[in-house]
Design a protein around this ligand. Structure first.
Ligand SMILES: Nc1ncnc2c1ncn2[C@@H]1O[C@H](COP(=O)(O)OP(=O)(O)OP(=O)(O)O)[C@@H](O)[C@H]1O
Length: 255
């Protein structure tokens, strides 16, 4: 399928967010070029999800701003912004009383531009058989539900895809297959993609740029090859050490 969209550049300018006295995000500045696949990694509570949600305005920063192609996300109505942004999260949030086809078509209906044929074509894009269109979400496996979530996120042809632990609840084989599908979609649709993950191996394998957060700040920002070569400092290397140690142990088992 030809590229439907071309993702925007994303810029965070001194973005901060406090909850009470605690800084969830503490002055983050980043520029992400159009078409980049970024992984956001870091310990639990380091601010990854909060930072991601400032992009689609699920979180409003108390200082700084977020720009898509130099336009402040705070300008204009949130629904219009969100139509330009696909959002996939761990518990994908399909409506249980709507069929697969109705779930995928919903964002188009809400936008006042229903297009059932396009919604059906999204099933092909995420490699689901069209026969699942009439099923209810409860009649799908977790991996299939997550694919429907990706289809729904992309049905309005957004240029930007935000993913928050999208494969977190899946078994490793399904996880690997869905991650491959998302990477392919990122390339084919020329998306800009920002993915929050706990899994450094996944970040290294999928992303072209890995951003490491700690205590609300960016502490490393490197391509995977540089991280594997030892760049990024202590926090980043502690995360890289985990898959590396696993690979070493597995290699030792086969000798
Ligand atoms: N709505 C909220 N109200 C109060 N505190 C919050 C809220 N959302 C996040 N926080 C706090 O902000 C900090 C950052 O949270 P965030 O969810 O962004 O971290 P994370 O890195 O995504 O964590 P995890 O990997 O566990 O999902 C944490 O200390 C969290 O408790």
């Amino acid at each position: 399928m030809p590229a439907l969209s071309s993702g925007p550049a994303v810029a965070f300018e001194q973005v901060g967010k406090h909850y009470g006295d605690a800084a969830a995000i503490d002055g983050v500045s980043l520029t992400i070029a159009a078409g980049t696949f970024v992984a956001l990694v870091g310990a639990s509570g380091s601010g990854k999800s909060t930072l991601l949600k400032t992009v689609n305005r699920l979180v409003v920063p108390d200082r700084g701003r977020v720009l898509l192609d130099a336009r402040d996300v705070a300008d204009g109505p949130a629904p219009a912004l969100r139509r330009r942004i696909g959002y996939v999260f761990q518990d994908v949030g399909l409506f249980p009383h709507l069929s697969v086809a109705e779930n995928i078509a919903l964002p188009l209906r809400l936008a006042g531009t229903p297009d059932a044929a396009h919604a059906m074509a999204m099933l092909d894009l995420v490699e689901l058989p069209r026969a699942v269109a009439t099923r209810m979400p409860a009649e799908l496996s977790g991996g299939q539900r997550q694919r429907v979530g990706v289809a729904r996120a992309l049905v309005t042809r957004p240029g930007l895809l935000l993913m928050d632990e999208p494969f977190g609840a899946l078994d490793p084989v399904t996880r690997e297959s869905l991650a491959g599908a998302v990477k392919r979609l990122h390339d084919e649709l020329a998306l800009t993609t920002i993915m929050v993950t706990h899994d450094m191996a996944e970040a290294l394998l999928l992303a072209t740029r890995v951003i490491v957060m700690a205590a609300g700040r960016v502490v490393a920002d490197e391509p995977p090859a540089a991280l594997l070569a030892g760049a990024g400092g202590t926090a980043a290397q502690a995360l890289v050490a985990v898959p590396r140690a696993q690979a070493t142990r597995l290699a030792a088992l086969s000798t």
